[in-house]
Design a protein. Structure first.
Length: 568
């Protein structure tokens, strides 16, 4: 055998993915629509042909007709809109699955709502599984969909007791919590499992009977008897999360992935159930472990890759711990630094080490002081390690700039703004109350960043924080960036309307830009011959509808790896 034969065989194997099946004809053709390719060389087409997991042709309907074969499935689009599959820059997949399968109580603040959500969760959870979390009352003070303060004034916060749920949960131990983690609620089954009594400190009792309300310290004692979550439950949670993503056309997520979830991803992949690609991010403090294993950036397959390393500079707006130059108006505090910033110099060391190993740090920074501090650290990395063309550092959230000069500095450093537009139309409930009417001008400054030349990367932060729930629907993110109003249309004219952007810029931030941000711009993010066949078909053209209608557009088809995984 020629010494070149193995090389030729491998080359033929990889090229085979772009060829049409034997006998001629593509596997799938989408024709008769508006195909937004995201490709500057040919931004619009009428039809697409797919063979295997690759796009084999993009062009006019007549050009693509030549790829029709006896076994080709042809979908007539009737003018519908085709886009590259949506890529979400920031998800918490395992948290989303747990919330979808379990009890989501973020908008619950009364007994009726609590009983309904708990009852529904018992039907979804495996028998005997613990029901935990919930975060009740998150929208009690600031109503969901409000453009400003709209709670119930001085009304006492909702304070549930176990009598409300014991009859619903005989087969499930329950340990729920208020959104701020100030109080917990355990049912009879959980209290018995922990051998809790009224003698415990932090266990509330009335007439010698436990109400189920616990302090955080007492809740920790109950949590100590909770067994590890079974693989069965983890898989069910993951399936619920995948169903949510594919109905919204999300074909890749940049996920903040704890190590325990990798076996779940692999099990789903082995069974052909992984319908979203995973760009997995572990935390920056694991850089030496990852490097020690010799794992390069983007190690893995087309479906599961080890991506960027996530760091943290400051806290969040939800609990007023984002780091600002000026104090919060309601607390007088300036925010707080996260653990990776301690001891002084630790974050700099981690960033320099990650960059030296060729990794791309993605670092959480929300307040203006935090963002400026992070940019100085990124600049220091370049000074120490020298210039390099393949750096793609990100500022995660980048919520509040000190001013336009911060955007200009980000552009100069080539830093990506990893932002989540839905934050803007949810946080407006309480933002002005916290930092004042003058300082909000540079909050969620999408247009300022874009016009400065910063690459905008969009995502969801799905399923949210303990203080808010965020949808995984990219159309809601596009709506938020373009309209800057609540789903109910408030305030009139948009919140900080100077920072609105156009729909195509927002669409690019969910597709082309996110593929580039993860270093996969030659594989996905555009509809181009040879690219992975990840596409979404929308019922209407988001570039032509009235901006207020963007949130109403439905996903008709989601295609991942050439396979239709959602069909409305």
């Amino acid at each position: 055998m020629s010494r070149f034969a193995p090389i030729l065989f491998i080359a033929a194997f990889f090229l085979a993915g772009c060829e049409e099946p034997t006998g001629g004809g593509a596997d799938l053709i989408l024709t008769g629509g508006v195909v937004w390719t995201g490709d500057d060389d040919g931004p619009e087409a009428e039809a697409v042909a797919i063979s295997g997991n690759r796009i084999v042709a993009v062009g006019s309907a007549s050009e693509i007709e030549a790829h029709r074969g006896q076994g080709t499935r042809v979908i007539e689009l009737d003018g519908r809109f085709v886009s590259p599959g949506f890529i979400d820059n920031h998800t918490h997949f395992n948290s989303a699955g747990a919330l979808l399968l379990g009890a989501n109580l973020l908008d619950v603040a009364d007994e009726e709502g609590l009983r309904q959500r708990v009852s529904e969760a018992t039907e979804r959870l495996p028998e005997g599984a613990w029901m935990v979390g919930g975060d009740w009352g998150a929208y009690e003070e600031w109503e969901m969909g409000a453009a400003g303060p709209g709670g119930e004034g001085d009304r006492e916060p909702f304070s549930p007791d176990r009598a409300m749920i014991d009859d619903l949960t005989p087969n499930h131990p329950v340990l729920l919590n208020r959104w701020d983690r100030s109080v917990f609620l355990a049912n009879e089954v959980a209290l018995e499992a922990a051998d809790a009594t009224c003698d415990w400190e932090g266990v509330e009792c009335a007439d010698g009977v436990m109400t189920g309300r616990l302090t955080p310290e007492a809740a920790a004692q109950v949590r100590a008897v909770m067994p590890p979550k079974s693989m069965e439950q983890q898989l069910e949670e993951a399936r619920a999360a995948l169903a949510d993503l594919r109905q919204f056309g999300v074909t890749t997520i940049h996920d903040n992935t704890p190590p325990s979830i990798f076996p779940v991803y692999q099990a789903l992949l082995d069974e052909g159930e992984l319908t979203t690609r995973i760009h997995a991010r572990t935390t920056l403090d694991r850089v030496e472990h990852q490097a020690g294993l010799g794992l390069p950036r983007n190690f893995g397959s087309d479906f599961i890759r080890l991506g960027g390393l996530k760091g943290f500079v400051d806290g969040i707006m939800g609990n007023s711990t984002a780091m600002f130059y000026e104090p919060f108006e309601h607390t007088g505090g300036f925010g707080s630094w996260r653990a990776m910033m301690d001891p002084p110099g630790n974050m700099e060391r981690l960033l320099i080490e990650a960059d030296r190993m060729g990794y791309w740090p993605h670092v959480h920074a929300i307040g203006d002081h935090a963002i400026d501090t992070l940019l100085t650290l990124f600049q220091r990395v370049e000074e120490v390690n020298g210039p390099r063309e393949d750096r793609r550092f990100r500022v995660i959230h980048a919520q509040h700039l000190a001013g336009p000069e911060t955007a200009e500095r980000m552009a100069e450093l080539g830093v990506i703004a990893e932002v989540q537009p839905y934050h803007a139309i949810d946080d407006m409930r309480w933002m002005e109350e916290r930092i004042g009417p003058d300082r909000i001008r540079w909050t969620y400054a999408f247009r300022t960043l874009h016009e400065a030349g910063v690459t905008l990367s969009f995502g969801s932060d799905w399923p949210g924080t303990n203080a808010a729930w965020y949808t995984a629907n990219p159309l809601m993110g596009i709506y938020a960036a373009v309209v800057r109003q609540t789903p109910e249309g408030e305030p009139e004219g948009g919140w900080i309307p100077e920072e609105r952007i156009d729909a195509e810029t927002a669409l690019r931030a969910y597709t082309v830009n996110n593929a580039w941000a993860e270093g996969m711009e030659e594989e996905k993010g555009r509809i181009r011959e040879g690219f992975l066949a990840d596409l979404v078909v929308l019922e209407r053209n988001p570039l032509e509808v009235e901006p207020t209608e963007l949130q109403e557009i439905s996903v008709d088809l989601t295609i991942v790896d050439g396979r239709i995984v959602h069909e409305r």
